[in-house]
Write a protein that binds this ligand. Structure first.
Ligand code: PNS
Length: 169
C-alpha cells in the first residue's frame, strides 16, 4: 500500500526546521503533500501566493513532495487526497499541548487518519517562523535558519518602510 502524508501548516515562512521534517517524511512516506492553510487566524507576513511560490521553489523538485493550499478542515483535505497520515513536527514540550489538542480533535473527526510526530534535528529545535520573523524584523541574521530565498525576502521586507510591509497581505 502506498502511504501518503499531509504536512499542514501556515509556513509563514518555511524554516529549515520545516524542511528537516519534510526530509524525514520522505524517508517514511511515498508521497508528502505540504498543505498551506489558506485562512489562518494569524495575520501572515507573507501572502498565500508568496508562501506557495517559496515552498514550490524550495521543495518543488522533490519527486515525492507536492505543495497545495487548503482551507476548511484538515482531515477533509487529507481524506480527499487519500492520505493516511498527518505529519507534524514537535520541538519542545511547549509544542505539546497545542499538538495534543489538534491531534485529539482530528482523531475525533476522522479516526482513520493517524497523526505522526517527528522531531527536527537539534540544530533546529528552537527555530520557529515567529522567532525568525522577529529576529529579521529587528535586523538580526537568520541565515542558516531558513532557505536562502526566505532570508532574502525577509531582508527585503523588513528593509522596506513599514507602510510597504503590508502590500502582499
Ligand atoms: O503551522 P501551524 O500554524 O501550527 O499549523 C496549524 C494547522 C494549519 C495545522 C491547523 O491550524 C489546522 O489544521 N487548521 C485547519 C482547520 C482544522 O482542521 N481545524 C480542526 C482541527 S484542530
Amino acid at each position: 500500500m502506498k502511504l501518503t502524508a499531509v504536512y499542514p501548516g501556515t509556513f509563514d515562512p518555511i524554516t529549515n526546521g520545516h524542511l528537516d521534517i519534510i526530509s524525514r517524511g520522505e524517508t517514511l512516506f511515498d508521497r508528502i503533500i505540504v498543505a498551506i492553510l489558506r485562512n489562518p487566524e494569524k495575520d501572515p507576513l507573507f501572502s498565500l501566493d508568496e508562501r506557495v511560490a517559496i515552498l514550490r521553489a524550495v521543495v518543488g523538485k522533490r519527486p515525492a513532495v507536492a505543495v497545495e493550499v487548503f482551507d476548511g478542515l484538515l482531515v477533509e483535505f487529507a481524506r480527499a487526497r487519500g492520505a493516511q497520515v498527518i505529519v507534524r513536527g514537535l520541538r519542545a514540550l511547549s509544542d505539546f499541548e497545542y499538538e495534543f489538542q489538534m491531534t485529539q480533535m482530528n482523531q475525533r473527526l476522522e479516526p482513520g487518519i493517524q497523526t505522526v510526530f517527528m522531531m527536527p534535528s537539534e540544530t533546529y529545535s528552537y527555530v520557529s517562523s515567529r522567532l525568525v520573523k522577529e529576529v529579521a524584523r529587528l535586523g538580526g541574521d537568520v541565515g542558516g535558519l531558513v532557505p536562502p530565498d526566505v532570508a532574502t525576502r525577509l531582508k527585503r521586507r523588513f528593509a522596506a518602510p513599514a507602510s510597504h510591509r503590508m502590500e502582499s497581505r
